[in-house]
Design a protein around this ligand. Structure first.
Ligand code: ADP
Length: 224
């Protein structure tokens, strides 16, 4: 009989690979109150984080027997944070899939790597370098202060209020029709962010959060 806990109640994660990505992730999970079992084949990496994480183990995560010994199949969540070692990353992900772990996140270093990880059975694939490169490109061009692509082709940005939107209630601005975007939140100067309504009137010092198709949001970010 399986003693695996239900995913909702379970606050433990198996993190494989303590490189820059895996270690940052593991430490942040600890800050959020998660229990972290971290595995790395490099004893120096494991030693470095042994004090800060719940459990750390030196093991080869491409060795099925080693994974069983550390109780990997008891986990409902795992992250494969092996990036640069392509073969190891794929093999480890496929072993975790065989162990029937509910939710496997895997880090990829390229779209092709990501595609393979998905085909092998990873539930969520992240491309940190690729995503950050895209983000920085958006942050560098125009007046975008923050940018998140929520899914392919749909984004949220934080930007100062262009003159075009100042002094009229949002509901009367015609901005959605003209640019296809929605102003979802507003930060009047000196105040915290709050949601925007049809009646919200924006001022020159206000920051706004805008949602829409990436193409439309980018076009809107150019408006003065
Ligand atoms: P980053 O770019 O985030 O620093 P790396 O790919 O450089 O990521 O680091 C991945 C980590 O995964 C390294 O610490 C490496 O020792 C570890 N690693 C690689 N192969 C295995 C394996 N088979 N089992 C366990 N850990 C591994």
């Amino acid at each position: 009989m399986s003693h695996r806990k239900s995913r909702e109640k379970d606050k433990s994660v198996l993190v494989i690979g303590l490189g820059r990505f895996g270690s940052s992730l593991a430490l942040e999970l600890m800050n959020y109150g998660w229990e972290v079992l971290a595995v790395d084949s490099n004893p120096r990496r494991v030693q470095r984080y042994s004090e800060s994480l719940t459990h750390t183990v030196v093991a080869d995560a491409t060795d099925e027997e080693a994974l069983r010994q550390i109780g990997a199949e008891q986990f409902t969540r795992a992250v494969v944070a092996i990036g640069t070692h392509l073969e190891e990353s794929i093999l480890c992900t496929s072993l975790l899939v065989d162990l029937d772990i509910d939710l496997i996140w895997a880090k990829a270093t390229s779209r092709r790597h990501g595609r393979i990880l998905e085909q092998v059975g990873a539930h969520r694939v992240v491309l940190p370098e690729h995503d950050m490169g895209e983000r920085v490109a958006h942050l560098m061009s125009g007046r975008v202060l923050d940018y998140v692509e929520i899914e392919e082709g749909f984004s949220l940005i934080k930007t100062p209020t262009p003159r075009r939107l100042q002094g009229v209630p949002l509901g009367e601005s015609g901005i959605r029709k003209e640019y296809g975007i929605t102003v979802v939140s507003v930060k009047h100067s000196g105040q915290p962010f709050t949601y925007a309504t049809q009646q919200t009137v924006l001022d020159s010092g206000d920051l706004i959060v805008v949602a829409g198709r990436t193409h439309d949001v980018d076009r809107f970010a150019e408006v003065r």
